[in-house]
Design a protein around this ligand. Structure first.
Ligand code: AMP
Length: 424
């Protein structure tokens, strides 16, 4: 099979690494990929939202399956684009059609979906410019802090946690009437704050059957001890020790089954990943969000723990017989430490040459924001590398990934040295 992966981050590097191991994969293409994905396949310089060029690439390279990494092409309807095209309609796309991708593309849609299917979540209401006053009236009723969420995609920045009602009022005004997050904040979900520990559970579904992939916990803040600004993710660990079989069973019964059944009942086709962002509130799972794709950097910790052939699983999704496929999960622990560019998540240093990757001993380096320039690999993105170590226990995995991150150098390189140590 010839497979095309869309995306360029650490997540797509991990997908490429995993798919390239399958005897079923003859040729692998990554669009646009990064300096590291060339180790596993052929990079093609096409942007993920350039559907016409993707079509040409699929036809030219006789692609048999497309795996979509990021959410944006899904929300913009890449899967629908394939289904509507005579030449592409038989090429399976892993990732939902635009309607299903609304689970991520619209917080209001996803909150209403949770409500319709009795999926436990924080209480919330949605407001627009026209209902601003009602929003003001609602703010003092839900306790502090108050969570405000831009309805649409806002590059991971659309969630604000306000400590006072006054702050929430000001932010609500800016979001609704001053387009703080552009069009994405023309609707705002005002939500109760959930107290607990966050984790993510990943589901792969063919729209009817599902497999629960390993759980993971990610670390969003830039600073050690979970301080400072939010980032795309500074590290991850899988499995999550407190997500034991009993907890996962609750997630399955209260969230996963109602989600899959809800999609079916509403006639929403869904072939792909469902990322379930949860808060563990005293042993009970509450939904924070859905994403319509895998997480980054969680993928880098989740995939190394999957021992089965991942192409087989994707074929199960495409063909609707996922129930017949085997999912074997390793008992080992994976830890991922992300090296970012100096200054990130603000203005950050670019085009710094990376050295020392060859010194990494007990980890795999998944490249993210990198580009090849002659002999050099340059750090170009905010998140530059994801260093993953798979070991028999959590301490060893964390220590190895952290030690290996420190063997890499580029001007401004920064990584957190405390990833996962709160779990030990
Ligand atoms: P989201 O984009 O919905 O994942 O939100 C970003 C982050 O905000 C989450 O990863 C949580 O850390 C936090 N968050 C979102 N909603 C809530 C909530 N209702 N209670 C507490 N924290 C939240």
């Amino acid at each position: 099979m010839n497979i095309l992966i869309l995306g360029s981050g650490g997540r797509e590097s991990a997908f490429a690494w995993k798919l390239a191991q399958s005897p079923k994969c003859s040729k692998l293409f990554i669009a646009p990929g990064n300096a590291g994905t060339g180790q596993y396949g052929t990079n093609v310089n096409i942007a993920v939202n350039d559907f016409e060029s993707i079509k040409q690439c699929v036809l030219t390279n006789s692609i048999d399956l497309v795996l979509v990494g990021p959410e944006e092409p899904l929300v913009r309807g890449i899967h629908d684009f394939f289904l509507a095209d005579e030449q592409l309609k038989n090429v399976p796309v892993i990732g939902p059609q635009a309607e299903g991708a609304q689970l991520e593309g619209s917080k209001d849609f996803s909150k209403q979906f949770m409500e319709r299917h009795n999926i436990p979540a924080a209480t919330s209401k949605t407001f627009t410019r026209d209902t601003l006053q009602e929003g003001f009236d609602y703010l003092p009723t839900i306790g502090l802090p108050i969570v405000l969420k831009a309805d649409g995609l806002a590059a991971g920045k659309g969630v604000l946690i306000c400590l006072t009602v006054q702050e929430a009022q000001q932010e609500l005004i800016e979001m609704l009437t001053e387009a703080k997050f552009g069009d994405a904040s023309s609707k705002v979900v005002v939500e109760q704050f959930l107290q607990g520990i966050e984790l993510s559970v990943f589901v792969l579904t063919d729209g009817n059957n599902y497999k629960i992939l390993p759980s993971a916990k990610d670390y969003k803040r830039i600073g050690e001890g979970d301080t400072g600004l939010n980032t795309g993710g500074m590290g991850s660990v899988s499995p999550v020790p407190f997500a034991d079989a009993e907890f996962i069973k609750k997630v399955e019964d209260r969230v996963i089954i109602p989600t899959i059944e809800g999609l079916k009942q509403e006639g929403i086709p869904y072939k792909g990943f469902i990322f379930i962002g949860l808060m563990n509130c005293g042993g009970d799972p509450y939904m924070i969000e859905y994403n319509c794709r895998m997480g980054d950097p969680e993928t880098e910790s989740v995939l190394p723990r999957i021992e089965s052939d991942f192409v087989e699983l994707l074929l199960g999704v495409a063909e609707g017989n996922l129930n017949e496929k085997e999912l074997i999960i390793s008992n080992k622990v994976a830890a991922t430490v992300v090296c970012v560019a100096g200054g990130y998540p603000g203005e950050y240093l670019k085009n710094k040459a990376i050295s020392g990757m060859e010194n990494v001993r007990g980890s795999h380096v998944f490249q993210a924001g990198t580009t090849q320039q002659g002999e050099d690999i340059l750090a170009t993105g905010g998140r530059v590398l994801a260093i993953t170590s798979l070991q028999d226990n959590m301490f060893d995995a964390l220590q190895q990934a952290t030690a290996d991150a420190s063997r890499i150098y580029y001007d401004g390189c920064y990584f957190r040295k405390d990833i996962g140590f709160d779990l030990i």
